[in-house]
Design a protein around this ligand. Structure first.
Ligand SMILES: Nc1ccn([C@@H]2O[C@H](COP(=O)(O)OP(=O)(O)OP(=O)(O)O)[C@@H](O)[C@H]2O)c(=O)n1
Ligand SMILES: C[C@](O)(CO)[C@H](O)COP(=O)(O)O
Length: 376
């Protein structure tokens, strides 16, 4: 069984105001779209992100990520059709269609929709209406609507892939959601319990509510790392994965990448999982001369296994020479690649120690790093 999620993110968010489409605005430190995409990572085999062609920077940014990109349509249904087409030929059996504007969706809701698809061709979260419903003309109540059997529809709405493709192909347009499209094609759709927290950010005041929900959920961990390697004979050093020409080399059991070691220890520290020496003992000959990216990859994987994503790392190298500035961008790019993060999540900077102490006497290089991890 192959499962995909389509996140429709091509809307302009006009009711939310604010100038920038709501999916690119920030909530509790991250963009709405980043929260939403992360909710589906690890839950499905493929994620399709449907973008407006007006959002050029997003196309560039997400192109290198583990996402399939598709171009949005003139309305939500058009964007969904585009997302479905992007999955053509990929042997997808089940698809979840979700609004990017619902960043607080829970794992429980996603699991419930997927479980219901074992028995039905369609399933979606709904909330039984609890308020009385009025009909109105302008500001005047004109009547009361019977609310029995009424539900507020949420996403993700899940379907058997071939069935929803056929349903969308046959539909004349103008649907409120994919459940309406599915039902018009005769598909049964099961309602699973929705959640009031799974709100769709629609109006300006919804941002504060979504931020409260995401903020309460947040489990943020900080870790620090510190490392020192002494200079010996040689003609280069490896710093944060980059070979930098120098008249000395750093000595160590591995490749002595003092910067990467500090970052790795900061991640282990945030997880309360010891340090590099514990995971890769220097007494073990297999790590002699090892590339430090092995250690960093391990720490990143461990974070993922424990349910944390790395929000950012900041690394400071302390040395008089070599000068780090000209190489800092390459170091950030390299560590971002290894850690599967964006470059703006990695900071590499340097300072001298004003010729004081062992770094000032050029006996070695020290490095300190901080990592911030957030429970996904
Ligand atoms: N042409 C469109 C229109 C909407 N959507 C997506 O459909 C979802 C639900 O739509 P809505 O909340 O109405 O979002 P917007 O269309 O962006 O908002 P507005 O109607 O206020 O402009 C959103 O994730 C939105 O990005 C889309 O992908 N393509
Ligand atoms: C699909 C949906 O989220 C179900 O509630 C909703 O219909 C989409 O938003 P819109 O405001 O109706 O465009």
């Amino acid at each position: 069984m192959t499962t995909a999620a389509i996140i429709v993110a091509a809307g302009r968010g006009q009711r939310a105001g604010g100038g920038t489409p709501k999916q690119w605005r920030h909530l509790a430190g991250r963009r709405v779209a980043d929260w939403t995409i992360d909710r589906f990572r690890g839950q499905v085999d493929h994620i399709v992100l449907v973008l407006s062609k007006e959002d050029a920077p997003a196309w560039e940014e997400f192109e290198s990520a583990d996402l399939i990109l598709a171009e949005g349509g003139s309305d939500r249904a058009g964007s969904v059709r585009s997302g479905l087409s992007a999955l053509n030929g990929m042997n997808v059996t089940r698809v979840l269609i979700h609004d990017v504007a619902r960043p607080c969706v829970s794992t429980e809701i996603i699991d419930a929709v997927l479980a219901a698809l074992d028995n039905f061709p369609g399933a979606a979260p709904g909330l039984a209406v609890t308020d009385a419903l009025w009909t109105a003309s302008d500001t005047m109540v004109t009547g009361t609507q019977d609310r029995s059997g009424l539900h507020a529809a949420q996403t993700p709405q899940g379907f058997h892939y071939d069935a929803i493709v056929a349903a969308h192909t046959a539909h004349p347009g103008g649907s409120a959601d994919d459940v309406e499209v599915a039902r018009a094609a005769g598909l049964d759709v099961c309602i699973v319990p929705g959640d009031t927290d799974n709100l769709k950010i629609t109006r300006p005041e919804d941002f504060a509510r979504a931020e409260r929900i995401l903020g309460t959920d947040m489990d943020v961990r900080l870790g620090n790392g510190y490392d020192v390697h002494r200079f010996g004979d040689g003609d280069h050093v490896i710093l944060c994965g980059i070979k930098v020409p120098h008249n000395r080399s750093l000595q160590g059991h591995s490749d002595a990448d003092v910067g990467m070691h500090a970052v790795t220890d900061a991640i282990y520290g945030a997880l309360a999982q010891g340090d590099i020496g514990q995971h890769f003992p220097p007494s073990d000959p297999q790590w002699k001369g090892a590339a430090s990216e092995i250690f960093l990859r391990h720490a990143v994987e461990l974070a993922g296994q424990m349910g944390y994503r790395i929000s950012n790392v900041d690394c400071t190298l302390v040395c008089e020479y070599p000068k780090v500035g000209p190489h800092a961008a390459a170091m950030q790019t390299e560590m971002a690649k290894i850690m599967e993060l964006r470059q703006d999540q990695i900071s590499v900077k340097a300072t001298t120690s004003e010729r004081l102490g062992f770094t000032g006497r050029a006996e070695g290089i020290a490095s300190i790093a901080t990592a911030c991890l957030v429970k996904s």
